[in-house]
Design a protein around this ligand. Structure first.
Ligand SMILES: *Cc1c(COP(=O)(O)O)cnc(C)c1O
Length: 388
């Protein structure tokens, strides 16, 4: 079956009420028919749920859908994207281990690698996404994991997943891909050799900026220990959020297609505008990795990164003149969002770190929404004219 059929038709069993739409199972625990049944369940011999910190019908449905979309054996869901990343790291890295990661990872992920894991005796080497020869050079005898994001935020640089998976395999290193920006609709890292795929479900998967959530899918042998870690440490996803995210997945394909179509049209229009210095978008022919984008992604995604030809105050005037986009730091919403990374999402980085992540005072990240694209272009046009 194709993605949209799987996302829509993969549904947990109906109750005796024969409801069409899956209900929310707001229950912390589940009851047993007898003392024997309870004993059997706790011995791990029965089927079904025990306690919602471990499993719940709504989280089970979301996990099943995601395993099918990412073509993975097993999965877990978590209270946020960061909980998904942290539980993956905390499960698979031990004192004395080393991890190699991409320097343009999500800021809080970098914080964990640089500030939390070192206290626990786990070391990290960061590699620039573009310096491909550096990955293998960074490997040590104690390197256990490689963690990347592609496309990167907000520079939209790509890493060749298949190529890096091959190198990790050769050294017997767990290869994790944060697939948040692409979603399984645009890119399926497991089919390119990834061992684990991580998501912040908060972004495109919810798609309407309502809830936080995280997902990890991958080989069963790597997922089971993460599940054991999570069921004891408690960063579980609530039944309500799982229910909502599972409903959202039903429309993920149509949304990602429209986000990508809108974003490409806007990227092409902005590229021709005299007030725009540069446009970064994976499916623009001018993107330095256009061929890789075509190879590992089916569409370009909803994020467009631009540089305005003007001072910081002109950039701010442009933002303030926009009538449609929201000024907020989230992304992956039905509403278009504009962000100035240098003073918001990436303001904690030094100037040198910002430059190496491709962030300048002139850089803006646009998370293109589902509004009518003509309205959006007209709005960008009037706002660019206002800084003329
Ligand atoms: C937002 C984000 C995260 C963190 O997810 P939360 O749900 O906010 O905890 C991780 N990785 C990427 C790429 C993100 O964009």
């Amino acid at each position: 079956m194709e993605d949209n059929t799987k996302a829509i038709r993969n549904q947990i069993d109906r109750t005796s009420y024969r409801e069409h739409s899956v209900p929310i199972y707001l229950t912390s625990s589940f009851v047993y028919n007898s003392a024997e049944h309870a004993a059997q369940m706790f011995a791990g011999e029965g089927d079904g749920d025990i306690y919602s910190r471990f499993t719940n019908p709504n989280t089970t449905e979301l996990i099943q859908k995601f395993c099918q979309l990412e073509i993975a054996e097993g999965g877990v869901v978590t209270s946020s994207g960061m909980a998904a990343i942290f539980s993956t790291l905390a499960t698979h890295l031990k004192k004395g281990d080393h991890i190699v990661a991409c320097s343009s990872l999500f800021g809080n992920t970098i914080y964990i690698l640089n500030n939390i894991l070192p206290d626990w005796g786990i070391e990290c080497t960061l590699v620039d996404a573009q310096e491909s020869e550096k990955w293998e050079q960074a490997f040590r005898s104690n390197t256990k994991m490689v963690l990347i994001e592609t496309p990167t935020n907000p520079g939209l640089e790509l890493i060749d997943i298949k190529w890096l998976a091959g190198i990790c395999k050769k050294h017997n290193i767990i290869f994790c891909v944060d697939n948040c920006f692409a979603t399984p609709i645009l890119q399926k890292p497991m089919t390119l050799g990834a061992d684990l795929v991580i998501h912040s479900a908060t972004k495109w998967i919810d798609g309407q900026g309502r809830v936080l959530g995280g997902i990890v899918v991958g080989h069963e042998s790597l997922i089971q220990p993460i599940f054991d870690f999570l069921r004891r440490t408690g960063a579980c996803l609530s039944a309500f959020n799982a229910w909502l995210l599972s409903k959202s997945v039903e429309t993920l394909e149509v949304r990602m297609e429209r986000h990508s179509l809108n974003a490409k049209k806007i990227a092409e229009w902005l590229e021709r505008h005299p007030k725009i210095k540069s446009v970064r978008y994976p499916f623009l022919k001018s993107h330095i990795q256009y061929h890789l984008a075509k190879k590992q992604m089916t569409m370009g995604g909803g994020i467009v990164t631009i540089d305005i030809d003007g001072s910081k105050s002109e950039v701010f005037r442009f933002i303030n003149s926009l009538k449609i986009p929201s000024i907020t730091a989230n992304l992956g919403d039905s509403r278009t969002i504009i962000t100035h990374p240098a003073t918001t999402t990436h303001s904690k980085l030094s100037e040198t770190e910002q430059r190496s992540a491709g962030i300048y005072p002139s850089t803006l990240r646009i998370s293109v929404g589902l509004e009518n694209v003509k309205d959006l272009i007209q709005d960008f046009d009037q706002a660019l004219n206002s800084i003329g």
